[in-house]
Design a protein around this ligand. Structure first.
Ligand code: ADP
Length: 426
């Protein structure tokens, strides 16, 4: 078991592409840590730097208390499994799994016993004498997993190992990976862009966006108490309602979030009230999950919005309602321009100014940056419908007027940069 410490690790690819930006993170010995984020956010780059397959541009990597930036991959005692675990086609399943032990010239009787034992745990003991070409995708991935784990590495790195499998196989193998890795107690770092995989597998999740670490915590911490608007929006099976609100404190009696046609008030006794009041006269972003909203009768006098039902959507296990509410929806803020961040910092010497050119020279990222620079109320909105979760029974029909109760305890409030106004304590 290895502990892994990344200390302000930066990766700049040739062509000045900043793929990972001063990222600090620790995986405890024996921990199952999931790196989660959208495609291109730097997850694989980070994993490859830990494996020694990619050079670290700046910062430090420590494995088990040993400085490892320049340690050869073979000296790191790391095993890796990729999206499509390449197997040796002319070797049997047994031969594939046994390969790392044969290379290490292990005792053949021990090898035989170990391979048999592992193949049982991975449910491929029936296939031991077959060649990879005759196996299903799920079985091949099991063999790749077996080959990686057979020599009991100190650190197990997995890069989207389930993404080529169909949904049923993914769920099955997901549970098996979890059971197997935990029974071995090997420190595991697992890359995925799939939030369900992350939530179900991880001891802790680290979420990245554009090479920047957004949040680290247990699945429950990250889901219920996210550090940024990006994390709240990313870990959401339905879309997050992210609204722009003006902050007011009328006669200092309470704190008001003013959405234009609608308002929410918070008493001073609310633990967030003081932090919100620091933005009086300015704006904040308010995140509401669709399941923190619910239909209420017209007579309801608690915190609420009203609108008209534009559409209902059936999702099998639930209905979602899309409401026209007249409120301003905001785009999810992205991390700020790295060049500006480095130059603006105290000891910023502009070291990365030249390095980030390519990051922002791509057309789509230019657009993103322009959107971030815009005021949330400036007219560019991701969408304009408030999404409400209705559960199994659609109480409304399209065209109905609708009143929506708001669970204030589930309201998340962010600055315009997307950071939580009341940062979570981890
Ligand atoms: P993820 O695993 O999150 O999908 P990656 O770590 O693969 O992301 O890539 C992060 C960014 O770095 C991407 O924009 C990708 O295009 C870029 N990148 C990855 N590998 C290279 C490389 N060898 N040279 C230049 N850019 C790269």
């Amino acid at each position: 078991m290895s502990s892994v410490v990344l200390d302000k690790v930066t990766k700049v690819y040739p062509g000045d592409y900043l793929a990972v930006d001063r990222l600090s993170l620790r995986a405890q010995a024996g921990e199952f840590l999931v790196l989660l984020g959208p495609s291109g956010c730097g997850k694989s780059t980070l994993l490859r730097m830990i494996a020694g397959l990619e050079e670290i541009t700046e910062g430090e990597l420590w494995l088990d208390g040993q400085m490892a930036n320049h340690l050869a991959p073979r000296d790191r005692d790391v095993a890796m499994v990729f999206q499509s675990g390449a197997l040796y086609p002319h070797r049997t399943v047994r031969g594939n799994i046994a390969f790392p032990l044969e290379i290490a010239k292990s005792d053949p009787a021990m090898v035989r016993e170990r391979v048999t034992e592992l193949s049982k745990a991975l449910h491929i003991d029936e296939t031991l004498e077959r060649r990879p070409g005759t196996l299903s995708g799920g079985q091949r991935q099991r063999v790749a997993m077996g080959r990686a784990i057979v020599r009991q590495p100190k650190l197990f790195l997995m890069d989207e190992p389930l993404s080529n499998l169909d949904a049923g196989m993914r769920t099955e193998l997901r549970m098996e990976i979890s059971a197997l890795v935990r029974s071995l107690g090997v420190t595991t770092i697992y890359v995925t862009h799939d939030q369900v995989e992350a939530l179900t597998l991880a001891d802790r999740i680290a979420i990245l966006n554009r090479g920047v670490l957004q949040d680290v915590g247990t699945p429950a911490q990250i889901y219920n108490d996210p550090a940024t608007a990006f994390v709240a929006a990313f870990l959401n099976s339905q879309q997050l309602n992210l609204l722009a609100a003006n902050v007011r404190t009328p006669q200092n009696q309470y704190v008001m979030l003013d959405f234009g046609p609608h308002r929410l008030t918070m008493p001073w006794s609310d633990p967030r009230a003081y932090a919100i009041s620091q933005h009086t006269g300015g704006q904040v972003l308010v995140g509401l999950r669709p399941d923190g909203l619910a239909p209420v009768p017209e007579s309801y006098d608690g915190p609420s919005f009203y609108g008209r039902v534009r559409a209902l959507e059936y999702h099998g296990h639930e209905w979602l309602a899309y409401l026209e509410s007249g409120m301003s929806f905001a785009p999810v803020p992205e991390p700020p321009d790295p060049a500006r961040r480095v130059n603006g910092s105290k000891n910023g010497s502009g070291r990365l100014t030249g390095l980030v050119k390519r990051l922002f020279s791509q057309p789509e990222q230019h657009q993103e940056q322009e959107r971030v620079g815009q005021h949330p109320n400036s007219g560019i909105h991701r969408r304009s419908d408030l999404i409400v979760r209705l559960g199994n029974h659609p109480v409304w029909r399209a065209g109905d007027p609708a009143k929506v109760g708001v669970d204030l305890s589930r309201v998340m409030i962010f600055t315009l940069d997307g950071a939580r106004i009341d940062p979570p304590r981890r």
